[in-house]
Design a protein around this ligand. Structure first.
Ligand code: FES
Length: 587
């Protein structure tokens, strides 16, 4: 049995001869001569890699990725851990998918990062991987790729940034941008106030510190078993994050010896654990799309119905904005973090699931405690009685759509009103700024052509801006409907991810201004009051929009992207349900 300098919780089953990297460095032939001599060209001695697992560190640092700014130095802490445990670290940079800068939307590039991760791992001499991500799409992107590659991998979350601060108030990423933008448009704050908010809302490196997509997805990564215990709520600027980086480096070396691959961790019960945690956290709506894609890469048949099932039984107990009303991720971390939250919903978790620690989820949270019962509530005293998200269906969305009942004005849970339909973002934006446009408080504002193909990439336009006219009337919410996504930091009565999307002729394409739209969240329904005969007539008249991409990534994306209810993965990348993920042999 091979030895490592550390005590693994699981037996070591790999031998040095079985390491992938041996295919590059082991044989006494001309090709391996080239690999070894070029490693020595970089100053490495054969003793540094011989007999050791080679660990890739996929680093999503870039000069245009503020959420990962600390990865430039944190990668050295990961390397330190790998070296301590007897591994050989190699850093491989990958696209940083910065939510703050990438246009039209990072969602177009989640799958690119997934492909990049998979192919980086496949084409290089590596035996395991540390995945460094955290900003929204970087987490699913890295995990999708590593899952398809199926060599041992551990995820290191970037960690949330510190709370924002303005005039003594705690500011939350995204949520307070929308809020104070509306206040500025309503004339309630000054231009100087707005500038001060701009300077105070993002005070340190790290990911958005509301319960947006970043914190949702890193919590999901931990719940599914791919992050060290408590790692997803560790603050980016806390010295504990440096130790987490080093520990992740130490742990992956053992995972290689143990052959603890993503497929052994990411089982159906593990994904169901992730859904339960997402619901209890008051998760971002984006969680649905990413989790479905992740599960399907792992060969697990997870769909909208699983979210609906957990939504009905798991209450929101994480009192973090935007679903919660007061706190941010910094408060959540001090209150006990994700381990504390999981300890409060154990009845909804399968605690026997294996995790990256080599121990079960139940063992990982044995020592969990909650230090603030207002931030992490009990299930008897939740923020919201049912789960964070609701899946709706009806003649507007036969394949489903979602709404976030916990983060909207409750009077819109049952609503019917006349649609005002926009075909593109610019015309909608012009109308909301026009105080003479005939919006009323009952209007259902609709944006179409914003789905996976139409957006393209489902831009986060789904929290359609409130019309100036209604803001000045003192209103802050209205029913909105689209095939777009919305930021996890957004809020409001926004129906999202309508599938099939309008661009490919989904029923949303047939809706006309003035048609009555009916929403009933309790009944999980969304319908337009238009007769079947009339819909058939409109369908016959509908014309597919022209193709927009003649070449390049955009062409490939629009040809192969799947609908939101299927996770918006490329059709050629998903794994068939129940079929094991296998690494193709490379000689
Ligand atoms: Fe990176 Fe929000 S912009 S996590």
């Amino acid at each position: 049995m091979p030895a490592s300098p550390r005590n693994s919780p699981l037996p070591h089953v790999k031998t040095v001869e079985e390491f992938r990297s041996r295919r590059w460095f082991g044989p006494a032939d001309l090709r391996s001569f080239g690999h070894r001599s070029r490693a020595m060209q970089m100053g490495y001695a054969p003793e540094e890699w011989t007999g050791k697992p080679v660990i890739a560190i996929i680093n999503t640092w870039s000069d245009l990725q503020p959420c990962h700014a600390h990865f430039k130095s944190r990668v050295e802490d990961v390397k330190r851990g790998i070296l301590m445990a007897g591994g050989f670290p190699v850093e491989l940079p990958a696209i940083s998918v910065s939510e703050s800068f990438v246009k039209p939307t990072t969602m177009m590039y989640r799958n690119m990062l997934a492909m990049e991760t998979e192919e980086l791992l496949r084409s290089h001499p590596v035996d395991g991987a540390v995945l460094m991500g955290g900003c929204d799409k970087s987490t699913p992107g890295l995990l999708l790729g590593a899952t398809s590659m199926n060599i041992p991998a551990i995820f290191l979350p970037a960690g949330p940034m510190l709370r924002g601060n303005w005039q003594g108030k705690h500011l939350g990423s995204g949520s307070d941008s929308w809020k104070y933008w509306d206040e500025l448009r309503a004339g309630k704050i000054t231009d100087q106030d707005w500038l001060a908010v701009e300077g105070g809302i993002a005070r340190s490196y790290g990911t958005c510190m509301t319960m947006g997509t970043a914190s949702t997805m890193t919590a999901i990564a931990e719940a599914v078993g791919m992050v060290l215990p408590g790692g997803s709520s560790m603050l980016a600027a806390d010295a504990g994050h440096i130790r987490l980086a080093s520990e992740s480096g130490r742990r992956i070396v053992d995972m290689v010896w143990e052959d603890l691959t993503p497929q052994k961790i990411q089982t159906r019960p593990a994904f169901e654990n992730a859904i339960a945690v997402a619901m209890a956290m008051g998760c971002s709506t984006n969680a649905i799309i990413h989790l479905i894609a992740m599960a399907r890469r792992a060969g697990q048949d997870i769909g909208l119905e699983d979210f609906e099932r957990y939504s009905r039984k798991v209450p929101v107990i994480g009192n973090v904005r935007p679903s919660g009303n007061a706190y941010l991720m910094e408060d959540f971390f001090y209150a006990g973090g994700i381990k504390g939250l999981m300890s409060r919903i154990t009845q909804h978790l399968d605690l026997s699931c294996m995790t990256c620690t080599g121990r079960t989820l139940g063992e990982n949270i044995e020592d969990a405690r909650v230090f603030n019962d207002d931030v992490i509530r009990t299930v008897d005293n939740p923020i919201y009685g049912e789960g964070s998200l609701a899946v709706l269906k009806g003649n507007l969305a036969p394949d489903g759509c979602v709404i976030k009942p916990a983060a909207m004005d409750q009077k819109f849970l049952k609503h019917s009103g006349p649609a005002v339909v926009f075909d593109d973002y610019p015309s909608m934006k012009k109308a909301v700024d026009d105080e003479n446009f005939p919006f009323t408080p009952d209007t259902v504002m609709v944006l179409r052509n914003a789905g996976p193909q139409g957006g393209p990439g489902m831009p986060e336009w789904g929290m359609l801006p409130m019309p100036k006219k209604l803001l000045k009337m003192g209103l802050r919410d209205m029913l909105r409907l689209s095939d777009a996504r919305m930021s996890g930091t957004s809020y409001g009565a926004c129906v999202l991810h309508v599938a099939p999307e309008s661009w490919i002729g989904g029923p949303l394409a047939l809706l006309k201004t003035g048609d009555i739209v009916e929403l009933d969240v309790d009944a999980r329904s969304i319908n337009m009051q238009v007769s079947e005969e009339e819909l058939a007539k409109r369908r016959a008249e509908w014309k597919a929009p022209p193709e927009r991409f003649g070449r390049g990534y955009g062409w490939m994306f629009t040809k192969h992207i799947q609908q939101a209810n299927d996770g918006a993965d490329f059709d050629f990348l998903k794994t068939e349900f129940g079929r094991p993920v296998e690494e193709p042999v490379i000689y």
